[in-house]
Design a protein around this ligand. Sequence first.
Ligand code: SF4
Length: 275
Amino acid sequence: MAFPVPTSLSPSRVDAFTSCPLAFRFASIDKLPEPPSPHTTKGSLVHRALELLFCEPPAQRSIEVALTALDRAVTEFQSDPEFRLLGLDDDAQRAFVDEAELLVRRYFTMEDPTRVRDIGLELRLEAQVGSLTLRGIIDRLELDDDGGLVVTDYKTGKPPRERHEQGRLAGVHFYAFLCQEVFGRRPSRIQLMYLSTGEIIEARPTAQSVQFLPKRTQAVWTAVERACAAGEFKPRSGPLCAWCSFKPWCPAFGGDPERAAAEAPAAFGHLVPVA
Ligand code: SF4
């Protein structure tokens, strides 16, 4: 059975095909819901608090204002279905918010937000690579002292070990590509701010690194189109299986992929599949 080819995706979703074609199919073609994770939801909460902080004039970006922003973000999230699906009781919710507060406080040890010349927050950008529209959200875009563009990506997980660093930066080069396509300028710097440790990983994109991205994406996308036409998305088991939400329907673990669409929403507590 042939599958419809998606027309727009984030680069991480495209990369997911190379990790496991079947997991890619479940997430990006069947669009199966996945259970919310406290880690991802906490990351979204901290991103929202920092976005609200940067909505304030630079001189007013104090830690007290950031904590007020976090309170507001918590109020917003309490009505969010993803947050409610976590099923946190009062104690667990308090611990969850305390951990988010630690991340917000650590941000202030990494840079002085009153000196940041931001020109965009949570920017939704898209660019065309062949028949595919690549979409991405830039946490923060700013200007450096020389007027160059700087892309900042907040991370709430652990920083990569050194040998995996370039892999993480591959995602960031995508943001450089987006900036070049949308604004006609390559960023002079990209920084990943790891709020869990206070570490900052920086990259300076080159013309070569930016040009490489659409070539690689196009190559992966050709493989996706072939898999859709042939209706063949094979499981590729590996370390990621330990965190895969779709394991109950994976033939590598004795499951039946064709039952996933009917069973996953109820299994994960969703009433309807999330697009
Ligand atoms: S369990 Fe492993 S092999 Fe199966 S779909 Fe998930 S990642 Fe792929």
